[in-house]
Design a protein around this ligand. Structure first.
Ligand code: DGL
Length: 275
């Protein structure tokens, strides 16, 4: 991809592929580079400083690959690193580059899904403890009650390929029961972790039918499309040959084996050494 200016899509591991899929389906004309920091995933239980440091290293790598725009397709990185990167780090890295996250676009529309004005938010420990969703949702919809629940076992189950096996049921039921018993009026559950769509069938199976389950992929894709319409100066810089490359900081054979389930078809990855 010489002289190309792809859109960078980042996640701690495989989860961002679910968002990338929706983006690539809606906006197939652009070039894309995906990076999963599998060597250091999961990020969910790590401190603010660690998530910021890891995410910033990856963002710098994307810039080095010629990406003018990077999407953090990871809620944990969006919650714990995005603000510092946007407000502090970007100045020194190139004022014409942009890094966007997944929390604000989701918060902007979540009010359209709920009738009871009571929303459950499921995410990693890092995303939930940051309080980012509550703050962002209340910014747009102050009347909505936000009930958050950390599901620390879900990402390890998913990353290890256990998401469609019976053993996962225990941890799916455990967190859903805790959430619903604390707030029985919830009618919408947001999967605020880009890994969780892999569990969506199990999640729906154990929830009453009146509760909607919302994944972020289509929401983030719509929001990116809208962003590019509003920012022609960025849109014109992006290269458009429909090329896609997948990178991982860990073993490519593992990435290729597990990544397909998130991406929806076989992936062929290349390794990156950030050191
Ligand atoms: N996919 C990431 C997210 O959306 C979390 C995975 C992790 O814990 O690294 O939060």
């Amino acid at each position: 991809m010489a002289n190309s200016a792809p859109i960078g899509i980042f996640d701690s591991g495989y989860g961002g592929l679910t968002v990338f899929r929706s983006i690539a389906d809606l906006l197939p004309q652009y070039d894309y580079i995906y990076l999963g920091d599998n060597a250091r995933a999961p990020y969910g239980n790590r401190s603010f400083d660690t998530v910021h440091q890891y995410t910033l290293e990856c963002v710098k790598w994307f810039f080095g690959q010629g990406c003018p725009l990077v999407i953090l397709a990871c809620n944990t990185a969006s919650a714990k690193a995005l603000r510092t990167i946007q407000q502090r780090d970007l100045q020194g890295l190139g004022a014409d580059k942009r890094v966007l996250g997944v929390i604000r676009p989701t918060a902007e529309v979540i009010g359209n899904y709920t009738k009871t004005k009571s929303v459950g938010v499921l995410g990693t420990k890092g995303t939930i403890s940051s309080g980012s969703y509550e703050i962002e949702i209340h910014h747009f919809f102050p009347e909505i009650k936000v009930h958050q629940m950390a599901c620390p076992m879900w990402v390890p189950l998913i990353e290890n390929g256990e998401y469609n096996r019976p053993g996962a049921d225990y941890f799916v039921v455990k967190y859903l029961d805790q959430l619903i018993s604390s707030a029985p009026d919830i009618d919408t559950i947001l999967l605020a972790c880009t890994h969780y769509p892999l569990l969506i069938n199990k999640i729906k199976k154990f929830l009453p039918e009146n509760i909607k389950v919302v994944s972020q992929g289509p929401i983030v894709a719509d929001s990116l499309s809208d962003y590019l319409l509003r920012h022609p100066e960025m849109e014109q810089r992006l290269s458009k040959s429909g090329a896609k490359r997948f990178f991982t900081t860990d073993d490519t054979a593992d990435f290729d084996m597990h990544g397909g389930a998130f991406w929806g078809e076989r992936v062929k990855s290349e390794v990156v050494n950030l050191g």
